[in-house]
Design a protein around this ligand. Structure first.
Ligand SMILES: [Mg+2]
Length: 289
């Protein structure tokens, strides 16, 4: 026994639902999660110098503010194997000891643990020593510190443009204050609330899982130059929908590129294709160099 009011109420309800979905849709912007070092910014030279200065606390023979040029050069060669900034101090030591590539690529954790024990410190202790070397540098000459970094050509512009219709986050193993200072100096309007760093004490995969959970139903894109970080995401079933991009201009090795090119869930991006998110499914359709 219906009344004349029923269809009207139904229409109103439908209209309200459409309105609410539309509003929801407007809020549900695609998420872009970006690594910092090796994707946005080349910090390898600064990392080497900060590592040298931090290492002076342990090895008094490391005198002066700059490492010898040959040592700096060797550090740049092994930079692909660095996962977290503080390891740079031990990698610089390994470089000074003349260790071959395989020690960096296969035994870095072992060397790190051995040195921490030998120096009578902990991971946190070394993180702190490394950060204090950077803080001192910034306090003494911030312009010089900033000047040792280089944002890759075009990334600041692409990223700034992407902010208009994407929810951009930066996931980094750097401490947030350093990342925020560099973004601000480059004029990239990504606020500190969008930067998650080493300070959070969790892995990038965990950060990405939290982001995905918070933005359920939205496409999530993750851009990274470290193959190992992409593999960690691939291993998690809850991140199966995250679209993955390998940044070839970063610190990866030819082996990393070969892996990324073979991996069906990873799209290989060059600087030319960086943040071209206009549809299409992940894959390697013409991304590689
Ligand atoms: Mg990186």
């Amino acid at each position: 026994m219906g009344t004349a009011g029923d269809p009207t109420r139904r229409r109103d309800r439908t209209q309200r639902r459409i309105e609410s979905q539309r509003k929801g849709g407007m809020q549900a912007r695609p998420v872009v999660a970006l690594d910092f070092d090796g994707v946005l910014c080349d910090s390898a030279r600064e990392t080497a110098v900060s590592a040298w200065r931090a290492g002076g606390a342990y090895w008094p023979e490391w005198r002066g503010p700059e490492p010898p040029p040959a040592l700096l050069q060797r550090f740049l060669e092994v930079r692909p194997y660095l996962e977290t900034g503080y390891q740079a101090v031990i990698m610089m030591r390994m470089a000074a000891d003349g260790l071959p590539d395989s020690d960096f690529s296969e035994r870095l954790d072992e060397h790190c643990n051995r040195w921490l024990e030998k120096l009578g410190t902990t991971r946190e202790g070394l993180v702190d020593t490394f950060a204090r070397a950077r803080d001192r540098w910034i306090a003494e000459d911030e312009a010089d510190w900033l000047g040792r970094h280089r944002f890759y050509p075009g990334v600041a512009e692409r990223l700034t443009a992407a902010l208009a219709d994407h929810d951009v986050h930066i996931l980094t193993t750097k401490q947030e204050r350093f990342c925020n200072a560099l973004l601000a100096a480059a004029g990239i309007p990504v606020g500190p609330d969008r930067v998650q760093g080493l300070d959070r004490g969790c892995t990038k995969a965990a950060m990405l899982a939290a982001l995905s959970a918070r933005h359920r139903g939205c496409p999530v894109h993750f851009v990274e130059d470290r193959a190992e970080a992409l593999r960690a995401v691939l291993a998690l079933p809850e991140l199966a929908a995250v679209r993955l991009y390998y940044a070839v201009w970063g610190y990866g090795t030819p082996g990393d590129l070969a892996w990324a090119s073979r991996e069906s869930r990873v799209r290989v991006w060059t600087l030319d294709t960086f943040l071209q998110l206009g549809g299409g499914e992940p894959g390697n359709g013409g991304g590689g160099p």
